[in-house]
Design a protein around this ligand. Structure first.
Ligand SMILES: *Cc1c(COP(=O)(O)O)cnc(C)c1O
Length: 333
């Protein structure tokens, strides 16, 4: 078959009618274990920490969306990031973008540092700084783009080239939660691993917590698959079903999110009380050209600064009607 578009993959990849009943939707295989016809004779499923058919469907779907060979689903975005950081040994170094998700910072600074993993942060819009910050023992380079909350856009292809030129063993990891594979596919741009909080746009309905790692590198996959079973931070089948269900409408949701975000960003840009609007889809965004090159559209997230005080900003955040004052993003509401 010819290469399917992401709109098609998001509905069909990894999902086949149930061979027993013909059920069109992937069943929620709510089971911990699987009967064996003889000792160690089974149909590929032994125990649901190791493998579960609903999770397998989600993992295959996620891999296809990112144009990767392998996908692994985890109980949360943080569990996915934790698994990737477990690839780093004591005495090795992680270089991260200076605007990473707070939970990623906490994991590096309050957990892995205690295990002897070094880390440092760099402004990744400055490619010279990226080059200078790489160390002989740098094992991973971790970045998000667009970042939260400054919505900085980093050039994934250029950074990957610099990192791999420095050391072919150093791997580039992109947290693609904000963009989703519908807007940007980091593996196609040279990254080695993609991370998601599937809690956000992939799930899309604020009803599930989940995470994922996607890679095309066989050795990396083998190690992460081993860790997934060894550590056990796996999502349950109901959660996998909900994420699969959310993904079916990813393309239409992301297009609408971007249309709405651009309209809101333009409205705010013209507002006398607004000092600055940060949105990668506006031509005055500092990395607009990079965004145009690597993203399908500007996405659904906007940051803006008011003229006035912190209290003014707090008052505005508390007074919006349709926008819930809450953590998280990517839900239809
Ligand atoms: C939410 C988020 C995470 C963490 O994911 P959880 O599912 O909340 O554990 C990681 N990275 C980014 C960019 C996020 O927005």
């Amino acid at each position: 078959m010819t290469q399917q578009h992401i709109e098609t993959l998001s509905i069909h990849a990894g999902q086949h009618p149930d061979p027993v009943t013909g059920a069109v939707m992937t069943p929620i295989y709510q089971t911990s274990t699987y009967v064996q016809s003889g000792v160690a004779e089974h149909k590929g499923f032994e125990y649901s920490r190791t493998d579960n058919p609903t999770r397998s469907a989600l993992q295959e779907c996620l891999a296809a969306l990112e144009n990767g060979k392998h996908g692994l689903a985890f109980a949360s975005g943080m569990a996915a990031i934790d698994m990737v950081l477990r690839l780093v040994k004591a005495g090795e170094h992680v270089l991260a973008g200076n605007d990473v998700y707070g939970g990623t910072f906490r994991l590096l600074d309050k957990v892995f540092k205690g295990y002897g993993v070094e880390h440092s942060f760099v402004e990744m819009t400055d490619l010279d700084q990226v080059k200078k910050s790489l160390r002989p023992n740098t094992r991973l380079v971790v970045l998000e783009t667009p970042t939260n909350p400054r919505l900085k856009v980093f050039d994934i292809a250029a950074i990957s080239k610099i990192v791999h030129g420095h050391n072919a063993q150093t791997q580039v990891v992109v947290d693609n939660t904000f963009a989703t594979p519908y807007l940007q596919r980091p593996l196609d741009l040279g990254a080695d691993m993609v991370i998601h909080s599937t809690t956000k746009y992939l799930g899309g309905h604020s009803d599930v917590i989940g995470g994922a790692v996607i890679t095309s590198d066989a050795a990396t996959y083998e190690r992460l698959k081993f860790l997934q079973n060894a550590v056990g931070a796996v999502p349950g089948p109901m959660d996998c079903f909900l994420i699969l269900r959310g993904i079916k409408t990813l393309a239409v949701r992301m297009d609408r999110h971007a249309d709405n975000a651009l309209a809101v960003a333009q409205f705010l840009s013209d507002h006398p009380k607004v000092k600055e609007v940060i949105y990668p889809g506006l031509s005055d965004h500092p990395q607009y050209e990079i965004a145009k090159k690597q993203m399908r559209n500007g996405g659904g997230m906007i940051s803006f600064l008011l003229h006035g005080t912190v209290d003014d900003a707090k008052r505005l955040a508390a007074k919006t009607k349709l926008f819930a004052l809450a953590e998280s993003l990517g839900g239809v509401e």
